[in-house]
Unconditional design. Sequence first.
Length: 316
Amino acid sequence: MDLSVVIPIYNEEANIHALYDRLCRVLDAMRISYELVFVNDGSRDQSLALIHTLASRDPRVRYIDFSRNFGHQIAVTAGLDLSSGAAAVIIDADLQDPPELIPELHQKLQQGYEVVYAKRRSRQGESAAKKLTAKVFYRLLTSITNISIPVDTGDFRVISRKVVEALKQMPEQNKFIRGQISWIGYRQTCVEYDRAERAGGATGYTYSKMIRLALDGITGFSDAPLKAATISGFLVSSIAFLVMLYTLYARFVSHDYQPGWASLMISILFLGGVQLIAVGIIGEYIARLSANVRQRPLYIISDTNMPMPHSTDPGT
Ligand code: UDP
Ligand code: MG
């Protein structure tokens, strides 16, 4: 098997047929052997039925059906875990990532790279708020992490078997795959493209899912927020110390001391705010620590037509 195409699916009934057609046209022209791995991440529409129909007609169509919605990053992880291709493509189902770019990505891989990611030159049909938050987030992330996570790239990319195997060795529960792939290293390169509008249906990424992904990315690859909490603690304490000196001076030396309600309130509220932020930052890390300590499986598969890894066969 030359190529596994991993496609996370969450309520994509409007796009599955068009996606399948475009993928097959592109991949057939490449004259390689491939499998299409559809990972149904707890869709509540007809996505699963459509995938079953495709699978019954085309043996190259593989599916993994989750027991519930586990999230995009985990769906991709499951697809990679079970895939067997010499290389793997990660692609969104909504046709925002053009399948027509795959030959170019794959060709670069043949030139000796282990990762070829697709970098967005422009994005269409997305709200100004989403574009702005994404832009700010990627730049913030690069500035506070010590690995170079490329800006303006999603998960659309081709990776070699070596990278897939390395990903499988990374046991974290809070996945941020584009960060993990940067962390792995090897020779990486990019191809630029213009990101299209979503073909049909609505985005499955709610703001809360986006915030969680952003926090997973930051906490997974940087300790800067914890350090910022410490530094702001020192800063606020030194300001408080200076204010204390001034208060003592005003009380005992210059005698222009006024009982100050406003200054008291301000300092209490300010300190309280800083403390709560610091506790919150620590909490984000502790929550992820405890998730990793629990060691639950990342996902539960309810049905698949792919061979499962680590099968609990009593004979072996
Ligand atoms: N997706 C998923 N689980 C989710 C949300 C999304 O598997 O909980 C899939 C979705 O079907 C699509 C990809 O992840 O293939 C990207 O999602 P979407 O297009 O909604 O995100 P956006 O492009 O709006 O950031
Ligand atoms: Mg999309």
